[in-house]
Design a protein around this ligand. Sequence first.
Ligand code: PLP
Length: 391
Amino acid sequence: MGALPLSDEDEPFNPATLLAHDPDFPEHAVVPPIYQSSLFTFASHAEMRAAFAGEAAHPFYSRVGNPTVAVFEEKIARLEGAEAAKGFASGMGAISASVLACCGAGDRLVAVRNIYPDAYRMFGLLLPRLGIRVDYVDGGDLAGVARALDGARAFYLESPASWVFDCLDVPALAGLARAAGVTTILDNSWATPIFQQPCRHGIDLVLHSASKYISGHSDTVAGVVAGRRDLVERIAREVHPFLGAKLAPFEAWLLIRGLRTLPLRMARHQASALALAERLAGHPAVRRVLHPGRGAAGAALGGWSGLFSFVVDESVSIPDFCDALALFKLGVSWGGHESLALPAAMALLQQQGPNSVRDFAVPERLIRLSIGLEDVEDLWRDLENALAHHG
Ligand SMILES: *Cc1c(COP(=O)(O)O)cnc(C)c1O
């Protein structure tokens, strides 16, 4: 399979064209074949020797690499303006492998607050067992970040932040980390590479839960990390094969299909979510709308996806609101065709014990919405009707 047709140096960044084009597949198929094969054989001892010596790019076992997965990885690398990418079985697979490739016993990881809750739980439960210390910082306090980065190994960011959607000054934070010799890892699932390409702003590793917008159809759990070639290769060599969270060829094929419409879908998610955020902000029972398009713009953010939150006043019974929704389903995850609602009190605030994320600065009466691809007027009628169900 040849290289993808657009080259970063020579061509302007054009995701729609990049995603519609492919290398030349066998038989000139326009869609990549699903290499549903656990292993790949060698024609000769010499070919096998060259592959094992790393002299020839020949797939040999699908836990380590697979040609369908490689097509997906190449597309993500190009979209992110990154040197390389590695697919994973989930976003958490990408997060754990990235952190473990950068940090070991005795190292310190600095993280911004309000990251994805399972990343937060992993940092609290698993990393201390491995001798990795985690310090949280306010990503808006550049002086505080600079102090925390002194002597740290890695800096973990998510922008906009989970649940509250505060935007970070990604170029400034990347610059501070670079000056301190600290590796940066940024969760870009919310913005997707359509609206934010953090590597172009100095971030070393960018990762995604591809289960969200990249898949776009709520039919896949997958992840990917992209960034500096030396770091992606370290992940691929030292962590990915051993933790075993490999991306499966069929999942990669679904992701490649999802990517074809990513620019179109993101434009629709953006427009519908902005319209609904505006109308919610004008509703008498809504105290606050947390949507990055309504606050200070992120320095690296070129658009807004379809996930945001709002806070209702005491006149609204949150259980009654949830039960009155007809189009919005109640559920976790986001980024698919279907609109979803999730109350923070359910997802974050009621949990006790080691899995609790009670340190999150999330208002108690907050409801998160993932705006899908339905007609925006139908969605507004559903929200308006449910808000009228006062407790
Ligand atoms: C869902 C999610 C993840 C984890 O991804 P999985 O594919 O569920 O493992 C990571 N980061 C963010 C922001 C997410 O929403």
